[in-house]
Design a protein around this ligand. Structure first.
Ligand code: S3P
Length: 173
């Protein structure tokens, strides 16, 4: 892979279940970049699972740690960074990423996301929501996710295709 080291970091955003961690790790490997996932960093930092942080300390506590850890990691160079689904909703994080990084929204239909989320119950934000409520949340958040620099419609695409698409766009920037 031809690397131009001075490029801005790539930041993956989108709903829970959109594959930010998995695709981000593969993308970083292909670009020979570092990979960071903010949820993993939060879990390492606190030595607690995300669901435990929500349960024992509440969402505000989680969001404060999320902001601090995310802003720190965004300052690294040559990195792919996957934000938690709520990261880009935070005004300070959004402002920083929009000026200093390339933001990529991994966009899926709500029906696909709901199907994928059903397979993994470890998401406190939606644990008590029915499908209609999740759909509404996706719609509401999509307005903010759409402020990203690049939107990738992931529907019906192979993982490899999504990664190559992102790399093609990124290399032309
Ligand atoms: C959240 C998404 C999760 C995690 C936390 C809150 C959200 O990350 O940060 O449970 O508000 O959308 P993923 O998007 O990686 O699941």
């Amino acid at each position: 892979m031809n690397l131009i080291k001075s490029k801005k970091n790539l930041v993956l955003i989108g709903m829970m279940g959109s594959g930010k961690t998995h695709l981000g790790a593969n993308l970083a490997k292909k670009l020979n970049y570092e990979f960071y996932d903010t949820d993993h960093l939060i879990e390492n930092h606190t030595n607690l699972k995300i669901s435990k942080i929500f349960n024992d300390f509440g969402e505000k506590y989680f969001r404060d740690i999320e902001q601090k850890i995310t802003l720190d990691i965004l300052k690294k160079r040559n990195s792919v960074i996957s934000l938690g689904g709520g990261g880009f909703l935070n005004h300070t994080i959004r402002k920083f990423t929009r000026t200093s990084c390339i933001t990529i929204w991994l966009k899926w239909n709500s029906s696909t996301l709901i199907e994928r989320l059903k397979r993994n119950k470890n998401r406190p934000i939606i644990s008590n929501m029915d499908n209609l409520e999740i759909k509404k949340l996706i719609k509401k958040r999509s307005k903010i996710y759409s402020k990203s620099d690049i939107k990738i419609n992931c529907e019906k695409k192979e993982k490899k295709e999504i990664i190559n698409k992102i790399i093609n766009i990124y290399e032309k920037l």
